[in-house]
Write a protein that binds this ligand. Structure first.
Ligand SMILES: [Fe+2]
Length: 229
């Protein structure tokens, strides 16, 4: 993956390679355009990470497109399914009320793309705890921290470490669009203080704008932790 600052993609200046790449990106006027282009980008078996990032960057967030998916819960952030991408990925909107954040988690060997649709999100990355550290109960090591603003796009996978995402604002909500390929149903959750991990199931608060019935969610839950991720 090339080292690129996507916040400057459209004003890429002298970077000819970036200019060329961005020229090949179709015009994306709304979320439906983005969904269609993403499906096309995943038509083959090969995932072109830069292409997916470019497409997500080319969409200029408009709440009119996605407000029906943005279902907030006062107790925790929500995951709302937008598109199942022909089974190759899940595209979802995460709705973050003021101050809400995720646990530290992995990405189950999947690619993870994230675009901020509204507000800003803070991402804190951690190193994987070594097996011996897990036994020692050692504080997890922070390896990076970024604040992403509206329309910023970032990419994550397990080789880059673990992360926590949070809405740092106590006065504004936030929303973000996430693409996970291949789709997954559970992740590992980590305790920052000890490095201990547990398994967490991922569930949807809503699908295609319709609230998931509680019975459908609770039937999936067992002794494992439940995590919106
Ligand atoms: Fe994540």
């Amino acid at each position: 993956m090339a080292e690129l600052d996507y916040r400057s993609c459209f004003g890429a200046g002298q970077d000819v390679e970036v200019q060329k790449r961005m020229l090949s990106v179709p015009k994306i006027d709304n979320l439906d355009d983005l969904i269609r282009e993403l499906r096309e980008a995943f038509a083959t078996e090969y995932v072109n990470i830069e292409r997916v990032q470019d497409l997500m960057s080319a969409y200029n967030s408009n709440p009119r497109d996605w407000i029906k998916f943005a279902k907030f819960d006062p107790h925790r952030y929500t995951r709302n399914l937008v598109d199942e991408g022909n089974g190759k990925y899940n595209l979802m909107l995460l709705a973050w009320a003021e101050g809400q954040g995720s646990s530290i988690h992995d990405h189950a060997n999947s690619h993870c793309f994230m675009k901020v649709l509204d507000g800003s999100l803070r991402e804190v990355r951690f190193a994987w705890p070594s097996e011996s550290e897990e036994e020692e109960e050692k504080e997890m090591q922070i390896i990076g921290q970024t604040t992403l603003k509206t329309n910023d796009v970032t990419y994550m996978n397990d080789s880059l470490g673990l992360h926590r995402v949070e809405n740092p604002s106590h006065t504004q909500t936030a929303a973000s669009l996430h693409l996970y390929s291949p789709p997954f149903e559970s992740v590992l959750l980590f305790d920052q203080r000890t490095g201990h991990k547990t398994k967490g199931k991922c569930t949807f608060w809503s699908k295609y704008g319709v609230r998931t019935p509680f019975s459908a969610i609770s039937a999936k839950l067992d002794a494992e932790d439940y995590e919106n991720n």
